[in-house]
Design a protein around this ligand. Structure first.
Ligand SMILES: *Cc1c(COP(=O)(O)O)cnc(C)c1O
Length: 388
């Protein structure tokens, strides 16, 4: 329909699809979790190489028990913002646990990692700031930086020399920031946090790191790479990955957390996390220290998968963790491989632009601590038949 003003109201929607092209178009599909590393699609169980449930905690009976109990005790919702009357003993307890676990003065909960990054960064930087961000950083980090209205530059992925060059060129008197993930969600490689901290110290920059894929998996007691690092000013963790529930948190100094209680819209103007979710997250954080055998198994099995791929000449990029990308190149081809794997009973997602740069479409293979060697065997066999 074209109005009197000659404008087709929804033309931009069709234009967006046109621009993206059919091989990069997304749609929603339904899955149901099954016991073990499986997801059911319709009536077919698929071997899971796609979820971020690295330690299998989303189905853990201990988390299910405390979440059920918290629902009985507190109900299904927190009923208000933390600043009104939605701050229950459970929320305080989880924050105290997180501060202790991270060896920090304080922690604050957020409804999601996306919301944390999107609304914390604008409280740290303004028009007079200059922020440097890794070229492959998560969309929520970019979103937060853009919302801050700061000037910003991308530095080449994990390229500390490039970052230093940019820092050297920064004008004096502006507030500087360095923003990155610690484990990159689509590449599975790690940042050298010490190198970033050295640069942040030398140039007086605020260092803000997102530990979403490291929490529970790497570091002492599964504490990630940034949370306990004394020279990281602000570290964000999420509960939706290895912790098996949902929501997120930030750790920092007491005074920064007090500042956010007064200034961060993503904390002030939103309903507190629901009691069962808080209880599950608390149980996960308390469990993490004792999951060392699971972490070791996860790393061992990831190393095994990378080796199997490299032996066959397949490119898994710079992966060093439980996230193993298999670089395919074009979106169409990545979709074809994913479909063939699915026909063989394996769920491995094709990740396409704009989530990853054009020409680097990939299968994102994600390991979990309940994967066994025979699961890898099944994957590698299916890949050999479906791709190479
Ligand atoms: C998943 C993810 C987020 C978003 O966290 P949610 O709690 O799922 O919103 C933020 N940052 C990174 C690096 C992530 O991988």
């Amino acid at each position: 329909m074209v109005s009197d003003r000659g404008v087709a109201k929804w033309a931009f929607v069709e234009a967006a699809f046109q621009k993206r092209g059919p091989s990069n178009r997304r749609s929603l599909r339904e899955f149901a979790p099954e016991p073990g590393p499986y997801l059911r699609q319709g009536d077919r169980p698929l071997l899971d190489f796609s979820s971020n449930d690295y330690l299998g905690l989303a189905q853990d009976p201990r988390l299910i028990a405390v979440a059920t109990e918290a629902t009985r005790r507190y109900g299904t919702g927190a009923m208000a913002s933390r600043l009104v009357c939605g701050s229950f003993p459970l929320h305080q307890q989880l924050e105290a646990s997180l501060a202790e676990f991270s060896q920090r003065e304080a922690a604050l909960l957020f409804s999601s990692g996306y919301q944390a990054n999107a609304t914390l960064l604008p409280t740290l930087f303004d028009r007079q700031s200059l922020v440097f961000v890794d070229r492959l950083a998560h969309n929520s980090l970019l979103f937060g930086i853009q919302a801050s209205k700061a000037q910003w530059r991308r530095y080449r992925h994990n390229d500390y020399e490039h970052l230093e060059q940019l820092l050297q060129q920064a004008p004096v008197g502006v507030r500087l920031g360095i923003v990155s993930e610690t484990v990159f969600s689509m590449d599975g490689d790690r940042t050298e946090v010490d190198r970033l901290a050295d640069l942040a110290d030398r140039y007086g920059a605020i260092l803000y790191l997102d530990d979403a894929h490291a929490l529970g998996v790497l570091g002492p007691e599964g504490s990630g790479l940034a949370l306990r690092h004394p020279r990281v000013d602000v570290a964000v963790g999420t509960f939706g990955k290895a912790c098996g529930s949902a929501g997120a948190f930030v750790v920092a100094s007491r005074s920064l957390c007090d500042y956010w209680i007064n200034t961060c819209p993503g904390l002030i103007y939103t309903t507190a996390i629901a009691p069962p979710v808080v209880a599950a997250a608390l149980a996960a954080v308390q469990l993490l220290p004792e999951l060392e055998p699971e972490r070791q198994h996860l790393q061992a099995i990831a190393a095994e998968l990378r080796q199997a791929c490299r032996d066959r000449g397949w490119d898994c990029g710079p992966s060093q963790t439980q996230i193993v990308p298999l670089l395919v190149g074009e979106s169409e081809q990545a979709l074809v491989v994913a479909q063939r794997l699915e026909a063989a009973g394996i769920l491995a997602m094709a990740i396409r632009p704009p989530t990853v740069p054009v020409g680097t479409a990939r299968l994102r293979l994600v390991l979990r601590s309940d994967h066994q060697p025979e699961h890898l065997q099944q994957l590698v066999t299916a890949l050999s038949e479906g791709w190479a």
